[in-house]
Design a protein around this ligand. Structure first.
Ligand SMILES: Nc1ncnc2c1ncn2[C@@H]1O[C@H](COP(=O)(O)OP(=O)(O)OP(=O)(O)O)[C@@H](O)[C@H]1O
Ligand SMILES: [Mg+2]
Length: 252
């Protein structure tokens, strides 16, 4: 099961991603947790060792590996190099969990970053289309790591949205990007819901039938974030609504 999570900055993408990752691991299901947000902090929210997380190199910065994978390429970039070894050697392991950082897709300016970008694409293709492990992609609102090709492997995209006008407007923009990539199942997840009014607001702005869930505002989550504590240690830590989202993602 491959789930992508997007939404406006601060909406709760990493919080929701971390909870989904824990859903896999508490059920002993192997999963790749992919930190694809340039402002990467998924590992910390998952409670992994901060030093190890800090040392984990973003894939886009693995110059030597990228060169080797494109060996002999010249102007011809190998579009589908085998990257299973990368998923082995440049990820942090913790039981059934492997976490990796993507780093920002490079673009613009005068330089060509074709090799870097095609390398990231190969890694995503392998995880999303070739391998059996679950995948949780913690993305930015730009979803720029996905292409039409890799999006085919995404079973469900969740767009996390706070009950504010900027939140809704970003959610709509992400929804359009996802439609361009032809991602079939795109659902909204209301987050930090404090009242019926918040819920009603979101349902008036976005199609109610496209909500996979509404997650309440939680003092506990915020307090843990302030202290930098592990968000999900046990099942009791799951936010209400997450189980339903997980079941929807798995097609149950
Ligand atoms: N349901 C919730 N209740 C209370 N606080 C929440 C909830 N969800 C997220 N938060 C808090 O909101 C802040 C932003 O959440 P998070 O880091 O998950 O968002 P994000 O979308 O990944 O942000 P960024 O764009 O910076 O990566 C964090 O401090 C988090 O603890
Ligand atoms: Mg985040």
């Amino acid at each position: 099961m491959k789930i992508a999570v997007s939404g406006k900055g601060g909406a709760g993408k990493s919080t929701v991603s971390a909870q989904l990752v824990r859903y896999f691991t508490l059920n002993e299901l192997p999963v790749f947790a992919v930190d694809a947000d340039p402002d990467a902090n998924l590992g910390l929210i998952l409670g992994l060792d901060p030093e190890k997380i800090e040392k984990l190199e973003p894939l886009i910065e693995l110059q030597d590996v990228i060169e080797a994978k494109n060996a002999g390429g010249g102007t011809l970039v190998d579009l589908n190099p085998n990257v299973d070894d990368v998923l082995e050697n440049y990820t942090l392991h913790e039981g059934p969990l492997r976490i990796l950082k993507m780093g920002s897709v490079k673009g613009g300016g005068s330089s060509c970053y074709c090799k870097e970008n095609s390398f990231l694409n190969a890694v995503l293709t392998t995880m999303l289309l070739d391998r059996d492990e679950g995948v949780v992609l913690d993305m930015s609102a730009g979803i720029e790591h996905l292409t039409r090709g890799t999006a085919r492997g995404v079973d469900m995209m969740l767009v996390v949205v706070e009950p504010t006008r900027p939140g809704v407007s970003t959610a709509k923009a992400v929804d359009r990007l996802a439609a361009d990539l032809e991602i079939g199942r795109v659902y909204f997840v209301g987050n930090k819901i404090r009242s019926d009014q918040d819920r009603a607001y979101l349902e008036s702005q976005l199609p109610p039938e496209r909500f996979a869930g509404m997650i309440p505002f939680s003092e506990q989550v915020l307090e843990k974030a302030r202290r930098g504590e592990n968000l999900v240690g046990t099942r009791d830590d799951f936010l209400p609504g997450l189980d339903k989202i997980f079941e929807m993602a798995s097609g149950r």
